[in-house]
Design a binder for this molecule. Structure first.
Ligand code: C2E
Ligand code: CA
Ligand code: CA
Ligand code: CA
Length: 286
C-alpha cells in the first residue's frame, strides 16, 4: 500500500519517520493499539467566517500510549501508513466520527441550528484501498447519516498527477454527496488548471497562508496570492476553508479576502466531542 499516490520524497520521509519512531519503541505497540482501544479522536470546530457560527468539525486522531502518554498523529501516522495499520485505523476514525456526527445532529436540532458536518482525513493508502467506497457507504448507512454530512480531506500532494484509477473512488463518493476537500492546498505546486479534473468541492488553504496574515497589513504579495486562489476557487464553485487561524486579525483579513470557513486555535483547540456540542449550542442561542 505504500506506493499509494505519494512521490519518492514522501516515501523517503515516511521511512525516516518510521525509523525515529522505531527507536522510541512505538513500532511493537502500534499494530495492537487499535485492539487495545488506545486511540481517541479530538474534534476541532469549523467556523463560518461570515457569521461566526460553528458548522462542523475536523476529526483528529490521537494515541494514548500507556508509557508515552498522548501522542499526536505526526508521531504515528507515518508508521501506520508504513505498516498498513492506517487502513483499519482510518476506517475506525471514520466510523467513530460519523457516529459522533449523528449524535451532534440529534442533540443539536433546534430551528436556529444548522446541522453539524464532520471532516475526516484520508491517507493516500486508504485512497488506493479497494474497500474505501463500500466501507464509507456502510458506515454512513449503519449510523443513519446522510452522505452530505461528511467531508473527506485528501492532501493536495496525494492527488498530484493522480490518474483516473485513483480518482474513481473519490468521484463515486462525490456523486453520492460526500464532499471532498483538497487539504494543505497551496503547498503541492499542483497545476491550478488540474483542479477542474478533481472531484473536489472544498479547498483547504494551508496554514502557511494563514501565518502570513499575522501582520496587519499582511504582505501585499501574499494578499494577492490568497485573493487569486479564492477568486479562482469561487469561479470553479469551490468553497475555501482556512486552517491555523490563531488571531482575530488573521480571521478578519481572511474574511475580507473572501474565505468561507475557518479553523484554528483562535476559535478552539481540538477537544472532546461534548465541547463541540456546547460551542455549537452557545452560538445558536440568540
Ligand atoms: P491537518 O489535516 O493539516 O490538521 C490540522 C492540524 O493543525 C492539526 O494537527 C491541528 O491540531 C493543527 N491546528 C489546528 N489549529 C491550529 C492553529 O491555530 N495553529 C496551529 N499551529 N496548529 C493548529 P494534528 O492534530 O497534530 O494533526 C496533524 C496531521 O495529522 C493532520 O494535519 C493530518 O494530516 C494528520 N491526521 C490527523 N488525524 C488523522 C486521521 O485520522 N487520519 C489521517 N490519515 N491523518 C490524520
Ligand atoms: Ca486535514
Ligand atoms: Ca490541513
Ligand atoms: Ca496541515
Amino acid at each position: 500500500a505504500k506506493s499509494a499516490g505519494g512521490n519518492r520524497f514522501e516515501v523517503a520521509d515516511a521511512e525516516a519517520d518510521a525509523r525515529v519512531i522505531t527507536r522510541n519503541g512505538l513500532t511493537t505497540a502500534l499494530p495492537t493499539a487499535l485492539d487495545r482501544g488506545e486511540f481517541f479522536i479530538e474534534y476541532q470546530p469549523l467556523v463560518h467566517l461570515g457569521d461566526g457560527s460553528v458548522r462542523g468539525a475536523e476529526a483528529l486522531v490521537r494515541w494514548l500510549h500507556p508509557q508515552h502518554g498522548v501522542l499526536g498523529p505526526d508521531r504515528f501516522i507515518p508508521l501506520a501508513e508504513h505498516t498498513g495499520l492506517i487502513v483499519p485505523l482510518g476506517r475506525w476514525v471514520l466510523e467513530q466520527s460519523v457516529r459522533q456526527a449523528r449524535d451532534w445532529r440529534e442533540r443539536h436540532a433546534g430551528p436556529a441550528a444548522a446541522p453539524l458536518r464532520i471532516n475526516v482525513n484520508l491517507s493516500p493508502c486508504q485512497l488506493t484501498h479497494p474497500g474505501l467506497v463500500q466501507d464509507t457507504v456502510d458506515i454512513l448507512e449503519a449510523a443513519g447519516v446522510a452522505p452530505d454530512a461528511l467531508c473527506l480531506e485528501v492532501t493536495e500532494s496525494a492527488l498530484i498527477g493522480a490518474d483516473d484509477d485513483l480518482l474513481k473512488p473519490l468521484r463515486r463518493l462525490a456523486e453520492m454527496g460526500v464532499d471532498i476537500a483538497l487539504d494543505d492546498f497551496g503547498t503541492g505546486y499542483s497545476n491550478l488548471a488540474n483542479l477542474r479534473r478533481l472531484p473536489v468541492s472544498i479547498l483547504k488553504l494551508d496554514r502557511s497562508f494563514t501565518q502570513s496574515m499575522q501582520q496587519f497589513p499582511a504582505d501585499p504579495v501574499d494578499l494577492k496570492i490568497v485573493e487569486g486562489i479564492v477568486s479562482l476557487a469561487h469561479s470553479l464553485d469551490l468553497a475555501v476553508t482556512v486552517e491555523g487561524v490563531e488571531t482575530a486579525a488573521q480571521a478578519e483579513q481572511l474574511r475580507i479576502l473572501g474565505c468561507d470557513t475557518a479553523q484554528g486555535w483562535y476559535y478552539a483547540r481540538p477537544g472532546p466531542p461534548e465541547r463541540l456540542h456546547d460551542l455549537a449550542l452557545a452560538d445558536a442561542t440568540p
